[in-house]
Design a protein around this ligand. Structure first.
Ligand SMILES: *Cc1c(COP(=O)(O)O)cnc(C)c1O
Length: 443
């Protein structure tokens, strides 16, 4: 019998305080042997997961509103992922695609060509992590354009490697003390409707003015943009912002790169967040939701751009590992078979209704925003200042009650709700009952 996956009981049940005694013991061991720099949001140690719950070492069942940061979109241990990855593990675990290739890698790239926005000829290269995909997208854009500069936005998150730290906006904890950072990275203002009150066209004009005056299109290789920003606060740019930036890039021989590492693979109610405004990026980076929890990432884009790089210029020992590729094919099958984009849209409507009701009761909630199953609330105090303290208090109260919630945002004042798309309506409703309780308990 398998544990985990959809077969584990779909209920919230607490047998101990959170974290329980076994988790506390393991936390002690963690303190002895795991570097302190590797933090944990909620230190319950997991033994099984699936559907919408995580089961911990103390027998507690928690409702999962985080999906391992938008990774287990198809659910944990989803049947097709387990079947395909298991078969692959038994056949072979590694050859290195750069030495002797295998079909799974090609199949994943073919699926990416079909699923990503745009009808043009597309090719892909596979990697291990989102940061690695972003780095390689920049490499490709530089070779293809013969230019150096990279433009990113306020509140952006692109990873923790040297180049991607330079691209990420927030100092603590991602960059603090880790410099010097990579050169030729410039930051433009993002469209952030709650705070800037600008239309998409106005915000795009503001960003383009900064880009033209401070960088110059003739020096600029690429603009990298999250169509819905992730760590930065689930910021949905005003309508028209994305298409205007993409159009400016096209007109100026600048590669437009959509970082869909968090927003991709059905999360926002369509396959990719760019789809909502019919934006077709030149290159798109994907990771997180791609393989049902196995480590895989990709750069996909216009064939002529992807082919600009010399043979041997892209790759890595493990990139496109066969087990991870099998996981991706299983995950894509789950998404297609169960119309998980449709499911994400339905989950999003349910969450929005609950969050809007909550906002009516608790004025600290300044805004409900998001797309599909990528929803957030931003907390501002009575003076209109970011309320990180209340955000942390409510989150802790959710954790104590057995609901895994995540926060984000430049000021740490945003709740992001990212349930696995395999969660039931009943569990989702129960989770938001708990969130409401947590707001009341911290009032
Ligand atoms: C998580 C994330 C990354 C980095 O991915 P890793 O796999 O953690 O390296 C890059 N961009 C976005 C938008 C992300 O959400």
């Amino acid at each position: 019998m398998t544990i985990g996956g959809p077969s584990i009981p779909q209920k919230r049940q607490l047998n101990t305080a959170i974290p329980g005694p076994r988790s506390l013991e393991l936390l002690d061991r963690k303190k002895s042997f795991v570097a302190d720099g590797v933090g944990t949001t909620l230190p319950v140690f997991v033994v099984a997961a699936g559907g919408g719950v995580l089961l911990d070492v103390d027998g507690n069942s928690l409702i999962d509103l985080g999906a391992g940061i938008a990774v287990t979109n198809v659910g944990n241990a989803a049947p097709r992922v387990v079947e395909r990855a298991t078969a692959q593990l038994q056949a072979f675990t590694h050859t290195c695609f750069m030495v002797t290739p295998y079909e799974g890698y090609v199949e994943v790239c073919q699926a990416l060509a079909e699923l990503t926005p745009g009808e043009h000829a597309k090719k892909s290269a596979l990697f291990n992590s989102g940061a690695e995909a972003v780095e390689n997208a920049v490499k490709i854009a530089r070779v293809a354009t013969g230019k150096d500069a990279v433009v990113v936005f306020d509140h952006a998150y692109h990873g923790r490697t040297n180049l991607t730290m330079a691209m990420t906006a927030k100092n603590m904890p991602y960059k603090h003390g880790f410099g010097p950072f990579a050169a030729e990275v410039y930051r433009a203002p993002m469209s952030y409707p709650l705070h800037d009150g600008l239309s998409g066209a106005e915000a795009a004009a503001r960003a383009i003015d900064v880009i033209e005056k401070q960088v110059g299109a003739t020096n600029l290789a690429c603009v990298v943009l999250e169509p819905v920003q992730g760590e930065g606060g689930f910021i949905v740019p005003a309508e028209g912002f994305l298409p205007a930036i993409a159009a400016w890039c096209r007109a100026n021989d600048v590669v437009f790169i959509a970082d869909e590492i968090q927003s991709g693979f059905c999360r926002t109610g369509s396959w990719f967040a760019c789809d909502h405004e019919d934006v077709v990026p030149d290159l798109i980076t994907t990771a997180k939701g791609i393989a049902g929890g196995l480590p895989l990432a990709a750069v996909t884009g216009r064939a002529e751009l992807m082919d600009a790089v010399h043979v041997g210029g892209l790759g890595g020992t493990y990139g496109g590992n066969p087990v991870a590729c099998a996981g991706a094919l299983g995950s894509i099958e789950e998404m297609r078979e169960h119309d998980l984009a449709g499911r994400a849209a339905a989950i999003g409507e349910r969450m929005r209704a609950r969050l809007e009701a909550l906002r009516a009761d608790f004025p600290v909630i300044a805004e409900v925003r998001g797309r599909g199953a990528m929803m957030a609330i931003e907390l501002l105090d009575a003076d209109g200042k970011p309320d990180a303290a209340r955000t942390a208090a409510v989150s802790a109260a959710c954790h104590q009650r057995g609901v895994v919630t995540l926060t984000c945002g430049t000021w740490g004042n945003v709740f992001r709700f990212l349930p696995p798309l395999s969660i039931s309506d009943e569990l989702l409703e129960e989770a938001f009952d708990v969130v409401a309780e947590a707001f009341a308990a911290t009032a």
